[in-house]
Design a binder for this molecule. Structure first.
Ligand code: G3P
Ligand code: MG
Length: 241
């Protein structure tokens, strides 16, 4: 079955990784959400793609140096359009509630923690996420991914039963990709669309891996990838698929 993942929600028409972007999924045919998990200095989990709040909110700074009260006050919508001035940076807790309510499935991407106390915060991130995942309805399908194998292995110690994927950028996809997947007990490889070839897809499939490709907004390219045997694509344009 070919799968479509809404990359940071329906992020072409709503501010990425906000409740508005997640709610918009109910108007599409897509039931898989891809989203990114980060942690604050006071150890609360939020949904944020970048290490810093600067690009997608009206406040500045690394999330790991801000506390949850500061992050909760940030406007996460105005940068996209003034219509979304009331959007905030979602907590993981409220996002889990929304996933349950909207009957979504979820690809949780673990962001590598950038901080002086990175290893401690990373441990807390996976411990708290572990508890949040336990709050998901049993029918919700979960796929965990990361560019960082240490993050994957940390969560895997707590949740070995989940499905895991290793993420690669075109620059980091080297001949040792299979070492990463095997060491992380990953069942899927998530690779960048740019420069991906049919031969590469066939190589991943030959090794028995599920192959998901990011980010694909062009339908013709999506069809080509599916014809090559790709299992899923991440798109900002879920409303068109
Ligand atoms: O998980 C697919 C994609 O989200 C990976 O890249 O940087 O958008 O999180 P990024
Ligand atoms: Mg992501």
């Amino acid at each position: 079955m070919k799968r479509i993942y809404a990359h940071r929600g329906v992020s072409s028409i709503r501010p990425e990784n906000t409740i508005a972007a997640f709610k918009e999924l109910s108007k599409t045919n897509v039931d898989w959400l891809e989203t990114d998990i980060s942690i604050t200095s006071d150890e609360e989990l939020f949904i944020l793609h970048d290490d810093y709040l600067d690009r997608t909110t009206n406040i500045s700074g690394a999330i790991t140096t801000l506390n949850s009260a500061e992050v909760k006050k940030a406007d996460a919508g105005s940068w996209f359009d003034s219509d979304f001035v009331n959007e905030h940076v979602p907590t993981v807790h409220e996002t889990i509630d929304l996933i349950n309510k909207q009957h979504l499935n979820v690809n949780i991407e673990l962001k590598a923690v950038v901080a002086d106390n990175a290893n401690h915060l990373a441990d807390v991130l996976v411990e708290k996420l572990n508890k949040e995942i336990d709050r998901l309805n049993p029918e919700v399908e979960v796929l965990i991914s990361s560019f960082n194998p240490i993050m994957l292995l940390k969560l895997q110690r707590l949740k070995p039963e989940l499905k895991y994927a290793c993420l690669f950028k075109k620059e980091t996809l080297d001949d040792d990709w299979n070492l990463y997947l095997q060491a992380c007990h990953a069942q899927a490889i998530h690779v960048e669309n740019k420069t991906l070839t049919k031969e590469k897809v066939q190589e991943f499939k030959k090794h028995g891996y599920e192959v998901n490709v990011w980010t694909v907004d062009d339908k013709a390219r999506a069809n080509q990838l599916f014809n090559w045997g790709v299992d899923g694509i991440f798109t900002n344009r879920a409303q068109e698929f």
